[in-house]
Design a protein around this ligand. Structure first.
Ligand SMILES: NC(=O)c1ccc[n+]([C@@H]2O[C@H](COP(=O)([O-])OP(=O)(O)OC[C@H]3O[C@@H](n4cnc5c(N)ncnc54)[C@H](O)[C@@H]3O)[C@@H](O)[C@H]2O)c1
Length: 377
């Protein structure tokens, strides 16, 4: 269906609404990606101004043949909506049975969003659970950016101006560098570790994957490694200036690796940056914060738990996300148009992405995580 009259001649309508999360400036499709969707025979309806914050003016979308719509609801009325962040409560009213949604969802940490999708019967495909080549190809570009940003943010939060202890990452002649612990050395964690070592910090990497620890220690990405066991972490946490949380079990709630009691033992003015907060957080005292209000102090420790860290680098992040999403979006559009979406014939490049379909949570790990919080398993 379309807000401007019927589906396109050979395909679907693909809607790109403006992002509504606090200070989120990314856009679901760059103009070049929108052009590729149009070249594949679909119509693209872009909400006026949706790309402005990422440096893509309306005019550039018009040049590639996208149609500007004035209201969010017109973009949401498309057959397939492509976004960046999980829909906000004000957007739940747009859900309907003949809508396919392709975006970050993080449903394990979003029981209310899950309930709204299930009730509406919307087909919801999540970027963060789509698997390919042994990894998470749509999460990876955002984790790369969030990891690099975490190094900058973590170092800045340690200044007294930001409420930190006043410890400089690289130390000085005769003064040792800051001690950093990075929990989860996947894409985000290893990017954070690289950045922090570049700033001169002493970085200890923590993971359950010993092979990964071996490799990253060998490659010089971290100075030291620790197996992820609570008893082993205690003494290191007491001395840590900065803890980065980046542990993930795809689809599931983040593993809680650091307890509230362990946070209590950390030094006043030390800093926690919990990137895993979008999946519930891997530090027990972490709770979601926004780009407008990114930090809070708990037990003397500065907590930075922003759920959309890449949203403050929208130009880089939109380009990186669009490049990764585009080939899968074209497959999904094809599958929706041919009635293959959500069936056994669905294209393999969409493996693991479908989270909600036919009024049910269909991703087994997400369903299990939600069952644990009395959700929609
Ligand atoms: N806050 C944000 O803005 C933002 C942006 C991008 C990504 N993220 C999040 O960052 C997190 C990490 O993403 P990623 O792409 O790097 O994941 P990844 O799959 O590449 O890496 C996760 C790592 O965690 C490890 N791990 C699993 N269980 C562990 C445990 N109990 N203890 C220690 N390590 C454990 C895994 O072995 C793996 O090495 C995810 O929650 C992701 O959604 C947040």
């Amino acid at each position: 269906m379309s807000p401007t009259g019927g589906p396109g001649p050979a395909g679907l309508t693909v809607g790109v609404p403006s992002e509504t999360k606090d200070r989120e400036r990314r856009v679901g499709l760059t103009p070049s990606a929108a052009g590729a969707v149009i070249d594949a025979g679909h119509r693209v309806l872009i909400e006026r101004g949706a790309g402005e914050g990422a440096g893509f003016p309306d005019l550039v979308y018009e040049k590639v043949g996208a149609e500007l719509v004035e209201q969010a609801e017109q973009a949401w009325a498309a057959d397939l909506v492509v976004k960046v962040k999980e829909p906000q409560p004000t957007e739940y009213a747009y859900f309907r049975p003949d809508l396919t949604l392709f975006t970050f969802l993080h449903l394990a940490a979003e029981p209310e969003l899950t309930a709204a999708l299930v009730a509406a019967g919307t087909s919801a495909y999540a970027y963060e659970t789509l698997t390919g080549r042994g990894g998470l190809p749509l999460l990876a570009p955002m984790s790369e950016i969030a990891g690099r940003a975490a190094a900058i943010v973590g170092a800045a939060q340690l200044s007294t101006a930001a409420g930190g202890s006043g410890t400089l990452m690289g130390g000085a002649a005769g003064v040792p560098p800051a001690k950093v612990m990075v929990i989860g050395l996947g894409v985000a964690g290893s990017c954070a570790a690289r950045g922090l070592r570049g700033l001169g910090a002493h970085v200890t990497g923590v993971d359950v994957d010993l092979g990964r620890l071996y490799q990253l220690r060998n490659d010089g990405v971290v100075d030291a490694t620790l197996s992820s066991e609570p008893a082993l972490l205690g003494e290191h946490l007491r001395l840590a200036d900065l803890v980065i949380g980046a542990a993930l079990v795809p689809g599931a709630r983040a593993p809680v690796v650091v307890s509230a009691e362990q946070v209590e033992t950390m030094r006043p003015g030390s800093v926690v940056v919990d990137l895993a907060i979008d999946q519930g957080g891997c530090v027990a005292t972490a709770r979601p914060t926004s780009l407008s209000n990114p930090t809070y102090l708990e037990r003397g420790v500065v907590h930075y738990c922003v759920t959309n860290v890449p949203g403050q680098f929208p130009r880089t992040a939109s380009a990186a996300l669009s490049a990764a999403v585009l080939p899968r979006l074209l497959r999904l559009a094809d599958d929706v148009a041919q009635g293959r979406a959500g069936t056994d014939d669905e294209h393999p490049s969409l493996a693991g992405a479908c989270n909600v379909r036919d009024h049910a949570v269909v991703h087994p790990v997400v369903a299990e995580a939600l069952a644990g919080v009395g959700g929609h398993g």
